[in-house]
Write a protein that binds this ligand. Structure first.
Ligand SMILES: [Fe+2]
Length: 354
């Protein structure tokens, strides 16, 4: 059962719930010295992990501004959350996202060389035009990170270096286990038997690519779309969660759901739309308003997330990201990494436009 009390440890950190949110934990320190913070986190890793999983795999860590001058500290903090912090040079990631010196960091920015565009501006509700759009399809791009790899990464850490104003560029998290639990028993049974097909957004298999008749890219074996259960069992908490992605990151040529009619008009597409709309209702969502120095930790195994629109002409949004893997659950036991070429080819061969 979740406690609403904050606990202050003698080592000068405080771990408690996020005010106003149904899930998520907030971790803060009395010091801003990043070496001291990493040390405290290592010594209290067990309590921090317990707090993380008790809060459905969402944690906001405040006051880590010094990571900017010591990027390796983000990698060290990431190690608390799992056995392997990924090297982005070895995953299906374009080099424009690489950090200059730390291969475990992915850079997300609207500025060159990254040029990562913001999501589209959502359609606003006519009755409440000032409200933040949360639910799909008004808010798009809901996903779990890099689900086109198998096993997919377990946990993502995001560190904010530069931000647009507070009412732009938020990150939203939807609780996939609460969303699954809210479905009726018949629907739950049906979903437990199904698998989704996940694909990179740049290979001509997204909904938009299919609708626009874009060519479907020929892929090397290690780049092929990957299947994942629509319902995942969390290896730590045992919770069952919806595991789905927005239409950009699923395969609308052969899927998006194995065994259901493929294509943008098919039964699989209809099911994904229905589930996205269900899972992203306000009651399942936490909206994070960023402050520089925040690290946001999110569990991809049971949460969906998306960034919201911001004015990329006027503002810079710069984040560093790590992903942690190594405990994807029984479904993936003993599997090799799908994205590692076995034929000597380059990981991103033929994907230079990604
Ligand atoms: Fe993401």
């Amino acid at each position: 059962m979740r406690s609403n009390r904050s606990i202050t440890y003698p080592d000068c950190f405080r771990l408690g719930p996020i005010d106003g949110s149904r899930f998520g934990a907030r971790l803060e320190f009395e010091t801003t010295d990043i070496d001291a913070i990493v040390d405290i986190c290592n010594r209290h890793a067990e309590s921090i992990l317990q707090g993380f999983y008790a809060a459905q795999g969402l944690m906001v860590i405040k006051g880590l501004q010094e990571i900017r001058k010591q990027p390796q500290a983000l990698v060290e903090l990431s190690r608390i959350f799992g056995p392997e912090v990924e090297n982005y040079h070895e995953t299906l990631t374009s080099p424009r996202f690489f950090h200059d010196t730390v291969p475990e960091l992915l850079i997300l920015s609207n500025r060159p060389p990254c040029n990562h565009p913001p999501p589209p501006k959502p359609t606003r509700s006519a009755s409440n035009p000032g409200a933040l759009a949360i639910r799909f399809p008004q808010q798009v791009n809901w996903h779990t990170d890099q689900s086109y790899r198998r096993p997919p990464p377990d946990i993502t850490l995001l560190f904010a270096l530069e931000l647009p104003p507070r009412d732009q560029g938020q990150t939203l998290f939807a609780d996939g286990s609460a969303a699954f639990a809210a479905l009726d028993a018949g629907k739950q049974q049906q979903l437990k038997t199904l698998h989704g097909i996940h694909a990179p957004s740049w290979v001509g298999r997204s909904r938009a690519a299919v609708e626009n008749n874009e060519p479907v890219l020929d892929l090397l074996p290690h780049q092929l779309p990957q299947r994942h259960p629509l319902v995942r069992c969390h290896p730590v908490t045992g919770a069952l969660s919806l595991f789905i992605c927005e239409e950009k990151q699923m395969d609308y040529v052969d899927g998006p759901v194995v065994g259901l009619t493929p294509g943008v008009e098919g039964a699989g597409a209809g099911l994904i739309r229905e589930l996205l709309s269900h899972a992203t209702q306000q009651k399942f969502v936490y909206a994070h308003e960023w402050e520089v120095g925040d690290v946001l930790v999110g569990d991809n195994r049971n949460l969906l997330h998306c960034a919201t629109w911001y004015d990329a002409e006027q503002y810079t949004r710069l984040m560093w990201r790590t992903t942690v893997m190594g405990n994807p659950g029984a479904e993936y036991a003993g599997e090799p990494k799908s994205w590692l070429p076995r034929d000597g080819s380059d990981v991103m061969a033929g994907m230079e436009h990604a």
